[in-house]
Design a protein around this ligand. Structure first.
Ligand code: DGJ
Length: 710
């Protein structure tokens, strides 16, 4: 609920368990009185604060606890907005002007207008809340209300101010290609820590635009956690600045690196969303809140309740070497093992033989590999009751392509500088409207011509030389990317879209919003996947966990590690399953085994795909990993256990389940591994307070236990 107390001039943005309390002070500066646990009488916070403020500000003439700081008075910290006005001046000084509270389809919205004290410029701050979700979505609209141009040089979406004067522990996920989501813990002291991307097209290989802060005392189920996600795939910047006053201000927005926006008369810029949240019950509650948000609000709602089909993808078995004969053979076998969606990955188009030469940009069938086009393959899949999907990388171009001959001006390059090509490819200037239209038309044509049920949109290069472009080019590139995905979703509400960027390069809520599946990583080695998946699923619903082959090849191509099929297959059940082994070369035994695992998965995926994932034993901390997947109705659960590299005769502590009803009885299937269909009936309190006894044995141990309310 959003309230305004006109007597005390206090805004309260309340979600079921949290509150953001804001107040324009007597000089019209919008300040944060509180963000955290809901407080029954928000006004009382205001009575306490002036005394504290007096103490910490002493003789400083500076705004305290600013919700949207600018370079005003003696304020030296990170501002949320900066601009250059027509007279060359740079002082943005904002004053509270007005507000609007309105209802939305699924919640409420508050708009607070801040007006510049001296120039025709205003910033509208938006706060959106959703029924039953403990999150606030913030963003800002920067408006030129005068006749002269204004150059916006900083355009952050908003801030999060946790409790005053505490020492904070910051959790983020950082890494690189094939090693995404490494948990990183940083102590925030006085000074600044910055999480950012400057690569243009994608940032999540290096830094996910996500953070969680606690005072060093939170764990999975206890303690205060403040968290945030910036919904953007391009250049972002999240600053954590702790001032001498003891206040930590987190500000998030589009990065001002190589970027500014000129606002002409009457023009405005609307920034991406900064999602902010607070949990008083540790990290698990944070993840639950993020799952609810994705399930109820963020993800394409036309598909979220459907079971995601099991994929057979050609990438790991054949890479670029796909052709009609192989694909027709694959479909038959894929159907037999129980796969439901056949995907032709890279290599089907133009003159594409490898990633070194040609093809990108020419989105028509490779004449030698597919002389009859793709329709016979699509028809065959459909006639067998399977879905059919295709890989594309439409933002990219090879210099040898026909498209380059036709439109050299569409490529991002500087003719005076030698091209730096990542994966031997160049990038189309998607900030141009004609390029945006070309990419949309290409996707539209391909989806309808080949009768696609699924499209995997890949992206494998970052900006290098971008040549002559205006300051807002980086922003328009990403905005146009989202426009195309939005159009595809609207025109084809049942075509499944996989967001892939060299694995997990776009594992963010910006493109995530339009995606049904997100490539978690190009690393599918099962031992590494334990950590990759735990990092990924802390933020994303388990169903989104994608990739070309979650049931990996063996030995694994990245590190040569050998693991049993059972281990790989059970791990493949923890996300949305895709089979990466070469079933044309599998012997009968392997085919039988994979068929039975797929059949097994079909019995539990209605529980797991949109479940709450509880990290009962973390892959980051122990050599045995235990994840409980609790269905949204809280009546069914699956407990997954993986272990490798255990020492001695290590015994595992009892595994205490969470989120069940202590008074209810449950059937527990699969404790007896030799007879997985046998069950015992146990009450919730025994499962939660006493726990399950698990005994991982041997190397690469994998097991699952199903729990069902009686
Ligand atoms: C990178 C992706 O992450 C892989 O899944 C695969 O599609 C290749 N690109 C194809 O080039």
């Amino acid at each position: 609920m959003i309230k305004f107390n006109s007597e005390k001039n206090i805004f309260t943005v309340e979600t079921p368990n949290t509150a953001l309390i804001l107040q324009p002070d007597k000089d019209g500066r919008l300040r944060v009185l509180h963000y955290g646990k809901k407080i029954s009488n928000p006004e009382e916070v205001f009575y306490i604060l002036p005394t504290v403020d007096k103490y910490i500000s002493s003789s400083e003439k500076r705004p305290l606890r600013a919700e949207f700081p600018t370079r005003e008075k003696a304020y030296y910290a990170e501002p949320c907005t900066e601009a250059v006005f027509s007279d060359g001046a740079r002082e943005v000084q904002l004053k509270y002007k007005s507000y609007i509270i309105s209802k939305t389809d699924n919640g409420e919205k508050l708009e607070i207008v801040l007006e510049d004290r001296n120039y025709p410029f205003c910033v509208k701050l938006n706060y959106v809340i959703y029924d039953n979700i403990d999150l606030i979505d913030k963003n800002a609209e920067f408006c030129n209300t005068g006749d002269e141009s204004i150059k916006l040089t900083r355009m952050k979406s908003g801030t999060l101010l946790p409790e005053w004067n505490r020492d904070f522990r910051l959790m983020t996920y950082a890494g690189s290609w094939g090693a995404e989501y490494k948990k990183q813990i940083t102590q925030i002291n006085q000074g600044r820590f910055c999480l950012e991307n400057t690569r243009g097209t994608a940032g999540s290989h290096q830094n996910i635009p996500f953070f969680a802060l606690d005072c060093g005392d939170a764990d999975e189920t206890k303690g205060n956690v403040w968290f945030g996600l910036f919904q953007y795939s391009g250049d972002f910047r999240i600053d954590f600045q702790k001032e001498f006053t003891g206040q930590l201000t987190v500000s998030a927005g589009v990065n001002d690196y190589d970027c500014d926006i000129t606002l002409g008369k009457g023009e405005s810029y609307v920034s991406p969303v900064f999602t902010t949240g607070f949990s008083a019950n540790g990290y698990e509650r944070m993840s639950e809140t993020l799952y609810d948000y994705q399930y109820d609000v963020l993800l394409p709602q036309s598909k979220i309740k459907e079971i995601f089909p099991i994929i057979y993808n050609t990438w790991y078995p054949y890479e670029f070497d796909v052709d009609e004969e192989k694909c027709l053979g694959f479909i038959e076998k894929a159907k037999k093992i129980g796969a439901e969606l056949f995907v032709i990955d890279d290599g089907w188009f133009g003159r594409r033989e490898s990633d070194t030469l040609d093809g990108l940009g020419d989105w028509y069938c490779h004449k030698e590999k597919f002389p009859n086009g793709l329709r016979p393959i699509s028809d065959k899949a459909h006639s067998l009751g399977m879905k059919f999907g295709l890989w594309v990388e439409p933002e990219m171009i090879n210099i040898k392509s026909d498209l380059y001959k036709e439109h050299p001006e569409w490529v991002l390059e500087n003719p005076k500088i030698e091209r730096t090509q990542i994966r031997n490819q160049s990038i189309l200037n998607l900030a141009r409207e004609d390029v945006c239209e070309f990419i949309w038309e290409t996707c539209d044509r391909i989806i309808s011509e080949f009768n696609l049920d699924y499209l995997k949109w890949d992206m494998n290069a970052y900006f290098t030389e971008i040549g002559s472009n205006d300051g807002a080019f980086r922003i328009r590139y990403i905005e146009n990317l989202y426009k195309i995905w939005d159009r595809i979703n609207k025109k084809y509400p049942h075509v499944l879209l996989e967001n892939c960027a060299s694995g997990g390069g776009r594992a963010d809520y910006g493109l995530g919003k339009y995606s049904d599946r997100v490539n978690r990583s190009d690393n599918s080695d099962p031992v590494d996947v334990l950590k990759l998946h735990e990092g990924f699923s802390t933020i994303f619903l388990p169903r989104l966990a994608g990739g070309a082959g979650n049931v990996a090849t063996n030995p694994h191509h990245l590190n040569g590690r050998n693991t049993p099929l059972k281990y790989r297959a059970i791990l493949g059940m923890t996300g949305s399953m895709s089979v990466g082994i070469n079933i044309l070369k599998s012997d009968e035994k392997e085919l039988e085994e994979i068929t039975s695992y797929i059949a097994d998965f079909k019995k539990i995926r209605h529980i797991t795909q949109n479940a709450y994932l509880y990290r009962l034993s973390s892959a980051f901390e122990n050599n045995y990993t235990v994840w409980e997947y609790l269905a949204r109705d809280r009546k069914n659960a699956v407990v997954f256990i993986f272990a490798s590299g255990m020492n001695y005769r290590e015994l595992v502590p009892f595994v205490k389940l969470r989120g069940l009803d202590k008074g209810k009885a449950y059937r527990v299937y699969g404790e007896n591994e030799a007879n997985p269909d046998s069950f015992r009936v146990v009450h919730g309190d025994a499962l939660m307070d006493f726990g399950l006894y698990i005994t991982p044995r041997g190397d690469y141990y994998a097991h699952k236990i199903r729990i069902e309310e009686v």
